[in-house]
Design a protein around this ligand. Sequence first.
Ligand code: FES
Ligand SMILES: [Fe+2]
Length: 385
Amino acid sequence: MWPNHINKIPKEIFGDPAIFEMELERIFYGPEWHLVGHVSELPNKGDFKTFDLGRRPILIARGEDDRVRIFYNACTHRGTQVETSTCGNRKSFECPYHQWSFNTEGALVGCPGEKEFTPGFDKANYGLRELRMEQFLGLIFVTSSSEAPPLEEWLGEIAAPLTDILGGDGKLRLLGYHKVIYASNWKAYNDNDGYHAPLLHSAFRMLNWQGGKGRQIATQSGHNAIEAELSLPKGNRFLNDPSLIEFKGADPRQGSRVVQLFPLTVATKHLDTINLRFAIPRSVDATEVHYAYFGLESDSEEMLRHRVRQSSNLLGPCGMISMEDASIFQRVHLGTFTPGNVEFQKGVKRTDEFWSDFKQNDEASFLLKWEHYRKVMDFERRPQA
Ligand code: FES
Ligand SMILES: [Fe+2]
């Protein structure tokens, strides 16, 4: 039973392995879209990256025909994981077990001993199994469900702030990654709200770099976006080298953007740092996150160097404005083994009905996400007393 007040979430959903298994089926293999990459990570024919959709290994590859496809990273013979590198460039993918080989478009092109296979065996039926994929400004989304709505419909009004993050046209250049495994349930990682930012993160306060007059929107599909006002960082006595937090972007009045898509996707633009977070729920108490940083295709070499310095110092597990999160995710996770509910308070206007506009530092913007989660998981709300 789920509490009847919409701002209360039962703690037991964070640490229960049976619920985690249910989440894989209903959410990660269900009718949602999951961000797994950006086309700029695979600019050339034969480029690939591997990732996981829940527990299912996937292979994202740009074929000889220049099309990006997503396959299950599992051999169609006996199921062996085919590619183990995180990324690279190949002419073909060969399964080591019995050397079946697949071209970059997924077709089976070689299998030793074929003459002695089952009568009627046809290579054409044994290509790598392709998943449903859609792109939005170069963002690569995957789903293993045929029931997910078209991507743009699923994104809804979040498409606009997402477009801002991607520089308007999604023409990006990959700068690099931070990769981390947080010791927490994926939902605790995902609940990183607008309320905590200036309170938990000392650097937010010290740099005094954020206004507060921004706004948030949230949708029925469980997505939300923060459009934060940006107060440009001024000279301060905390950094020996303030150039690290300089803002050289086109229009500072745009502020910063944080987009969270249900269930686990995050995209942000803070100052000149463009960041996409690809996440994998590893187990009930481990969440792997790949922070990928980007510049724009049109950037000068100097701008790219600036973005690399800023990105690698600002965000991620060791970033100035996010380093405290890792410890909080773990502490939230440990705390959820005690009885009762967690509560949302900041910006909660009422506890019996939902609304969709929020202030920059409200935590209430996550309530629609939780409602979507509750519905997808079929948890029944306790009747009103
Ligand atoms: S399992 Fe891949 S070739 Fe046999
Ligand atoms: Fe945070």
